[in-house]
Design a protein around this ligand. Structure first.
Ligand SMILES: [Zn+2]
Length: 172
């Protein structure tokens, strides 16, 4: 009983030791966008991969200290995940074929496995439209999905150029 009470009073220590264990399960790797996070062990579909931890701040505070690690819980509360203990902040965005997804449980955000994930795989989830439009779109998405499809993009833009040219000719 006493031990249980002591742990309850000091939740920070519990979280700290949890994160230490987590660092044995994950590896920070070099990815197309800088750094990324890979799992060292296989994870089954539906399992919690890692919690997105950080300081819970108000929406107003979030507006005052914008950083790319803000995770909005609702219109009132946001998690500021720009803390060292938040390994989940290394998980990169992908537009398609994500192996993880973000799940909200109360005021907590958990990254869960969207499919079975093999040991050594890089973890990725879709950051969502709001984050994409604000932080990724302006610099161009470098996720593996987007990097793998330059051929399609080129074809489309060439067609557009041709159309443009033929229109100009017809005007003359
Ligand atoms: Zn992309």
């Amino acid at each position: 009983m006493r031990q249980g009470l002591a742990i309850r009073k000091r939740p920070c220590i519990l979280i700290g030791s949890m994160q230490k264990t987590k660092s044995n399960l994950f590896k920070i790797i070099k990815a197309s966008t800088g750094l990324g996070l890979a799992t060292k062990i296989p994870i089954n579909k539906g399992e919690v991969v890692i919690e997105y931890v950080g300081n819970i701040i108000t929406a107003k505070e979030a507006d005052e200290r914008p950083n790319r690690y803000l995770f909005e819980i609702n219109s009132r509360w946001t998690i500021d995940g720009a803390v060292r203990s938040n390994l989940a902040r290394y998980i990169n965005h992908t537009c398609k074929k994500a192996n993880c997804e973000a799940e909200q449980r109360g005021k907590q955000i958990f990254i869960t496995a969207a499919r079975n994930i093999a040991a050594g795989e890089e973890l990725r989830y879709d950051y969502g439209k709001e984050h994409f439009d604000e932080y990724i779109k302006p610099i161009g998405c470098k996720c593996d999905w987007c990097l793998a499809k330059p051929k399609t993009v080129k074809k489309v833009s060439k067609k557009k150029i041709k159309k443009h040219v033929s229109k100009k000719k017809s005007k003359k």
